[in-house]
Design a protein around this ligand. Structure first.
Ligand code: PMP
Length: 358
């Protein structure tokens, strides 16, 4: 037969996630760590990979990693689960807490994967948009969950792509106000140096998402994890693919986690460059610069998509959100090395000066 019947109806109109990768000299579009894993850690990784039995299935739950992460966080193994990047765990969340007849509360603008997963799984999405300064409409969220029909909520903190943390007082109130599962996405928490982890003990409905992709320079390896109550973790285990976290990635992540102190200077450098970028961007005429506690800065300007083109033509790739709902006119620049950041700043200033006819 030379025809195929339609795929599931919820796929109609869904656009696959597109990270908008393009080759560039300064790659400042994907919130990656500009520094790769150092040579010493890479050598240790190479030694560990040599020991991996490629003909055997990996430990399905990556228990060695669970133990390491549990210990570092003062938790038990049963409170930790590894995933093929945070992305897999986000999908598992929609499978386990979403589905037809179930409801997800979203706080846009935020990471677009949350709503996409909800749609894929036939979950109803309720949006409580952020306020114009991108802070959470806290009272609206609390009032909405009080209706009792929300099954899960995701609060990215810091929020991608806007940059600010959720207020701890709000998260506490939210956790106390509902039995909905509340995922706090801490993919970037190493750059804000704040976590809601202490609340795990008192709130079974809290689950925290973390990743090795940012602070630990492992975006290419795919390793994320969640922290939560054992009964929550058990539900994620029911829906996950048994071998999603492969043996090579497990070996790499074990070495990186054991050596995580070595990544601290790189994190410090990003935080300090973030301060400089915020300051420099604020000096550029016509910029609305949003505060950031993460490894990027979001800014709004006139003719943003033209600026994006101009930056790209000069070898600098940033993320263009200028046509995304609620982010009109916004570009997001990931904090790179000082040299990459200088390249970005110089090129952006050049664009603005040309525009002004200076
Ligand atoms: N959460 C947020 C807010 C993100 O920005 C990302 C990465 N883009 C992720 C989760 C998932 O990251 P990863 O799959 O690389 O762990």
């Amino acid at each position: 037969m030379n025809k195929v019947r339609a795929s599931a109806p919820q796929l109609a109109g869904l656009v696959p996630y597109d990270p908008k990768y393009l080759p560039a000299e300064a790659f400042l579009s994907a919130n990656e760590n500009p520094r790769d894993v150092d040579a010493d850690v890479r050598n240790r990784i190479a030694r560990e990979i040599k020991k991996v039995a490629f003909n055997r299935y990996p430990d399905p739950l990556a228990n060695d990693l669970r133990d390491m992460i549990a210990e570092a966080n003062g938790l038990e193994r049963e409170q930790v689960l590894m995933g093929n990047g945070g992305d897999e765990l986000l999908f598992d969340l929609a499978l386990a807490w979403g589905g037809p007849g179930r409801t997800f509360l979203n706080l846009p603008p935020t990471f677009s994967v949350y709503a996409a997963n909800a749609r894929l799984t036939g979950t109803t999405v309720i949006d409580i948009p952020r306020l114009p300064d991108f802070s959470i409409d806290e009272e609206a969220v609390l009032a909405r969950v009080a209706q009792g029909d929300v099954d899960f909520v995701i609060v990215a903190s810091p929020n991608n792509p806007t940059g600010l943390m959720a207020r701890p007082e709000f998260l506490e109130r939210l956790l106390a106000a509902t039995d909905a599962l509340v995922m706090v996405d801490e993919a970037y928490f190493e750059f804000s140096r704040q976590t809601v982890r202490p609340h795990l003990a008192a709130h079974k409905n809290l689950v925290i998402l973390r990743t090795f992709s940012k602070a630990f320079s492992l975006a290419g390896v795919r390793m994320g994890y969640i922290l939560g109550a054992p009964e929550v973790i058990r539900e994620f285990i029911k829906v996950r693919q048994p071998y999603s976290v492969d043996a090579v990635s497990q070996a790499i992540a074990r070495v990186v986690y054991a050596n995580r102190a070595k990544f601290e200077p790189g994190i410090d450098a990003i935080i300090s460059e973030r301060g400089r970028m915020l300051e420099e961007l604020r000096k550029v005429p016509g910029m609305e610069v949003f505060p950031s506690e993460s490894n990027w800065v979001l800014f709004r300007m006139e003719r943003a998509s033209e600026a994006w083109e101009f930056l790209y033509a000069g070898g600098v790739l940033v993320r263009d959100f200028s046509r995304a709902p609620r982010l009109e006119g916004c570009l997001r620049v990931t904090i790179g090395t000082p040299e990459q950041n200088d390249m970005f700043l110089a090129r952006l200033k050049e664009f603005v000066m040309r525009k002004e006819g200076v």
